[in-house]
Write a protein that binds this ligand. Sequence first.
Ligand code: ADP
Length: 330
Amino acid sequence: MKNVLSCIQPTGDLHIGNYFGAVQNWVNLQDTYKCTYGVVDYHSMTMPYDPALLRENTWKMVFYLLSCGIKRENLFIQGLVPEHVELCWILSCVTSYGELQRMTQFKEKTQQLQEKDKDAFVSAGLFAYPVLQAADILIYRADYVPVGKDQEQHLELSRNIAQRFNHQFGKEYFIHPEPLFTETPKILSPADPNKKMSKSLGEKHYINLFSEEDRIRKQIKSAVTDTGEAVEGEMSPGVKNLFEIIRACGNMAAYDSLMADYTSGALRYSALKEATADALVALIHPFRERLNELNANKTAIQAEIRESSAVIRQRAQETLREVREIVGLC
Ligand code: ADP
């Protein structure tokens, strides 16, 4: 079985964009590949953060992923595998300063920080972030990394780092990870369907996957359908987004019937919104039930994830033993 590796930052909530755009795919890949999924807390230290909240959010993300169907044995917490950081240091010595300067995400995040405060502290950790990502991937000899377009540049860098390491030490040691592109929907903000659903835009711009039914219904009810810039004969982004959500939930009967109404000009937005809310509530219900069950056994589940992290760590340790030998450490 080929190895698949993917990671997610513990950023608090998991929204339906994260689910349809990433997590759902991760769950499905488990049937075909040997999957390793990390909750990457070291990465969350690159921007200003609160230590207690980081720890809380790390466990929260673990529980969310388990509720969505990620298998316990495939899941680890990056902070419990410190070898990632050691490999990051070693790889940063075969990465050029110029390469990291060209990373668009570094530029974007720096800009984000400086927009809030022009003298904002920009950490060296944020600059080195893509090297830690390369370490995450290479340490488990991942064959495939499911990536979205936004992460393509970082994966390309991981491949370059692997190649430079092999060249510099005269050994075909690291395999070159390939991107695994899967058609996943891009979900838009219900409050501003010209933008991607994202936590960084604020609470009204994302639908939490674990929200109460009432809140989901309210958010969908108030979703923007017409932005005032409608192009004749074209579906508005807000309406398209609601159709996309129904389809992503797998409710094709509702999708087809509402689409027929749209084509004939008989579509009522209230019916579209009700069907969208129904589809989401039905999808989310079992996740919420599982989350409640897991939370009722919190300590035992945490112990299991510490154990799965320890087992996964053994693979990282094996890589580090070989790498240390290759690079000349005692
Ligand atoms: P956020 O900060 O909004 O939680 P991240 O950038 O941390 O999102 O993304 C985590 C994962 O979720 C990535 O794989 C990303 O491609 C996916 N993702 C995020 N937002 C969306 C969206 N609106 N639609 C589809 N996928 C998304």
